[in-house]
Design a protein around this ligand. Structure first.
Ligand code: A3D
Length: 320
């Protein structure tokens, strides 16, 4: 059986890391696409030359030609610009919307059967626009944010409790922005919900609130440290987790930006919700019950995403 084909649209910091991870995990052959001449070719060759030492079997190709992504099983989109210190994700909207139009057309023409994972910010609005521009079925187009935001939350919780990150589960819902909703009730250590751990004296509500805020600011914390761009190792790892769930039909339960049309009360929008990812793409949205406080936070987050979607419609009339 032929190896799966993974197309990475954007060969910058995240794109290069995605290519390295996909090859090392032998998820398939990798095509790295970018408009910057030489970058995808150079990164592909460099990663291919790590193959003999690592011992993986995967072909890598760098290109500026969309024809090379033909028949891709998975497309992961990072094309666009990242933020710099002082910028919010929303400041990227105008420029990255134009990029989504060309990427959507390129995918529609060459890889219409692919499972598409968008990472470009502002995430929830960009994945919404990418699905519209590409015309691919909504269950085959999703955005990576929840896995990363939850991983950040899990990491901080594991430090607080001094336990393995493997035993910490967490859910972050809503839009991938300052209003995201890290849920205490649905986050656990080995199945014990965080509110119970507060009652057990393992931690305090104040400490949990501080960790929730650090999670919300997780992207900005790294932008502030790097100064020249945004995070890329953990974002790439998170998207690879989603791609692997699709390629291996793992039926993983992962939070991601999925198309909601009535789910959790959201209409015609992409927003972070728990999903099941398998060979059918986004196979199911898990319609969890939110309490009053969570629902208010979720609604605020959805409103923020709605504002960005309306801004997209204002910029590109074909989306209206
Ligand atoms: P960067 O290293 O700048 O790579 C972006 C690449 O896109 C560059 O190589 C560009 O040449 C290329 N590019 C620009 N326009 C096009 C185009 N029209 N077609 C093809 N390629 C193009 O950025 P990065 O890899 O650090 O980040 C990529 C995106 O991911 C940014 O928008 C970030 O804001 C976003 N990001 C999202 C998350 C989430 O959790 C959602 C996390 C981190 C970064």
């Amino acid at each position: 059986m032929a190896r799966p084909k993974i197309a990475l649209i954007g060969a910058g910091q995240i794109g290069g890391t995605l290519a390295h991870l996909a090859a090392m995990k032998e998820l398939g052959d990798v095509v790295l696409f970018d408009i910057a001449e030489g970058t995808p070719e150079g990164k592909s060759l460099d990663i291919a030359e790590s193959g003999p030492s690592e011992g993986f079997d995967a072909k890598l190709k760098g290109t500026q030609d969309y024809a090379d992504i033909a028949g891709a099983d998975v497309c992961i989109v990072t094309a666009g610009v990242p933020r710099k210190p002082g910028m919010s994700r929303d400041d990227l909207l105008g420029i990255n919307l134009k990029v989504m139009k060309s990427v959507g057309e390129g995918i529609a023409a060459n890889a219409p059967d692919a499972f598409v994972i968008c990472i470009t910010n502002p995430l929830d609005a960009m994945v919404w626009a990418l699905q519209k521009f590409s015309g691919l079925p909504a269950n085959k187009v999703c955005g990576m944010a929840g896995v990363l935001d939850s991983a950040r939350f899990r990491h901080f919780l594991s430090l607080e409790f001094d336990v393995s990150m493997k035993d910490v589960t967490a859910f972050v819902l809503g839009g991938h922005g300052d209003t995201m909703v890290p849920s205490l009730r649905y986050s656990t250590v080995a199945g014990i919900p965080l509110p119970d751990l507060i009652e057990m004296g393992w931690t305090t509500k104040d400490k949990m609130d501080a960790i929730v805020q650090r999670t919300r600011d997780g992207g900005a914390e790294i932008v502030g440290l790097l100064k020249t761009g945004s995070a890329y190792y953990a974002p790439a790892t998170s998207a690879i987790e989603m791609a692997e769930a699709y390629l291996k039909d793992q039926k993983r339960v992962l939070p991601c930006a999925a198309y909601c049309d009535g789910d959790l009360g959201v209409r015609d929008m992409y927003v972070g919700v728990p999903t099941v990812i398998g060979a059918g793409g986004i196979e199911r949205i898990v319609n969890i019950k939110l309490n009053k406080e969570e629902q208010e936070m979720f609604d605020t987050s959805v409103k923020a995403v709605q504002g960005l979607v309306e801004a997209c419609k204002g910029i590109d009339s074909s989306l209206a």
